[in-house]
Design a protein around this ligand. Sequence first.
Ligand code: SF4
Length: 221
Amino acid sequence: MGASGGGRAVRLRLTEIFASVQGESTRVGLPTVFVRLTGCPLRCSWCDTEYAFTGGRATNIDAVLREVASHGLRHVCVTGGEPLAQKNCLPLLNALCDAGYSVSLETSGALDIAPVDARVARIMDLKAPGSGEEAKNRWENIEHLRAGDEVKIVLTGEADYAWALERIATLRLAERCEVLLSPVAGQLDPAALAEWIVRDRLPVRFQLQLHKVLWADARGK
Ligand code: SF4
């Protein structure tokens, strides 16, 4: 919590809050409340949440806590956009942890994850070349990863897979935390990716986005 007083009255820009099942990460399938903050400084080629880039509504941490509580679930995922692009995401994460939720954060890997509350599971992307945003990877974040975090690499094809293979080895990613590899829908055949992972004996987890299987690209799911 910031020392500036006002604490939880700090302002946030919010796209939506909704209950669904977690579609990604090792928490896949868990009923979860999603808090989607507005804005992102990246433009990944395969982004499926462009509606969160702009707009949203002004709110504050107290209001978000009330709305989260109204859903009656213990898992909360703060996502975006890129939630860390709003500085008040950090006190929001503190407040959700203080309130006793099991909290995860989905972040692009482009911004500093070090100040995030240690109770939060950070699901951090590494942007492969096919995203068009490889240059935004903040490599200093790797040193801050802990066992409860997860690295997610979304792949558009074989070149991205080769890139991921190289990074997993040189950065010893799988020794630091869970590593998830995901195919971009319509660009990389999921079965091909699964076969490559098994062929190469990669110490990673294959994942499909469960919410897309269930609801395609419907918003608020
Ligand atoms: S970081 Fe996430 S929200 Fe931002 S453009 Fe990439 S996929 Fe979309």
